[in-house]
Design a protein around this ligand. Sequence first.
Ligand code: ADP
Ligand code: MG
Length: 404
Amino acid sequence: MPKLTLAELDVSHRRVLVRVDFNVPTEEKAGKVVITDDTRLRETLPTIQYLLGRGARVVLMAHFGRPKGKPVAKYSLAPVAERLAELLEQPVQFSPELVGEAVEHRVDALAPGEVLLLENMRFRAEEEANDPEFSKALARLGDVYVNDAFGAAHRAHASTAGIARYLAESAMGLLMEKELRYLQGELAHPAKPFVVILGGSKVSDKIGVIKALMQKADTFLIGGAMAYTFYKVLGIPTGDSRVENDKLDLARELLAAAKAKGVNFILPVDNIETREIKAGTATARNTPRLTVEQGISPGYEAVDIGVQTIELFKAEIARAKTVLWNGPVGIFEIPDFARGTFSLAEALAASDATTIIGGGDSVTAVKQAGLAEKMTFISTGGGASLELIEGKDLPGVAALSERK
Ligand code: ADP
Ligand code: MG
């Protein structure tokens, strides 16, 4: 069902309650919380600025970290309010209270074009419990609801889903709309050849994605630790590499399904293997082309795709019209094992295809490679983008009003 868009919402002079994803990475420097990546704040600016420009009275709700239902000073959103004020170039008021009279007074006092950020929603256990009374109390702070928190849309919490029931109208924010346009719209009918690159640490995390995309993809390029669970099924020795022994049947099933459907399911033909998982190790080396006789060496762990695999994957990417990437193909956090991941990022950057990066660590890798600007679309959601690609309904979207 198409959902109401921000453009269809009458917001002028109204109190607009906006759920945003301000769950930004931070570091503590000299006792002060410093935001290390403000992408999620920047990505929300279009929605906030749209509303402020139309004279809305904007009330922002967000969560931050895992305070587990009680106030925890280091998870306060106060530093985020400061950074947001800089980005918006206007004051951002802050409310330490989430619900109740004090905050209702603050909201009543908001003038059109002013913005107020509420403290971390997860300071109250009722948030994650999706408590109806808490949702109702939050709903008293607005006339209409906008959900722009794509990264939290796979959670049915009070401020992401429950609240919508208690407000007359609820719409997608601009970021939410954009995420759905790429991860749902574009991938529903991808331009072909459609190449899916999957990596990461566990095949079990990506089963849903593989199954869902088996219907649409022409080619899967498999890297990361998940490749070695497939090796095991094929009888290729895995050395000390990570293998999910309880997922072998499933891996076998996926290989069979790919074969039956005529989908190219390409595993690494060579790897970087090492005895030690650390930077500067002298034990890392590129394996020869792997066979059933000669796989990953005993005592060695495969930590990246090898040079032959990089060339093979690059050739597939060069032919693609659509590329979806989720999951680094090696332990890219360690520079010695980052070459595969960064080489693929470069191949995507050089391609004319629609390139979509599915979120989480893959996004971090693409940013580290300095190539984020070269991608067609980079999702701000980790879990949410995976669930969407799997074809699941996101509770934070399902709760919104339908288009008239
Ligand atoms: P994303 O967040 O993009 O969905 P994942 O969370 O599934 O990706 O996986 C990311 C992690 O996978 C990274 O921390 C990376 O170090 C790890 N990884 C990739 N390749 C390997 C490997 N060969 N062995 C162990 N871990 C790996
Ligand atoms: Mg991850």
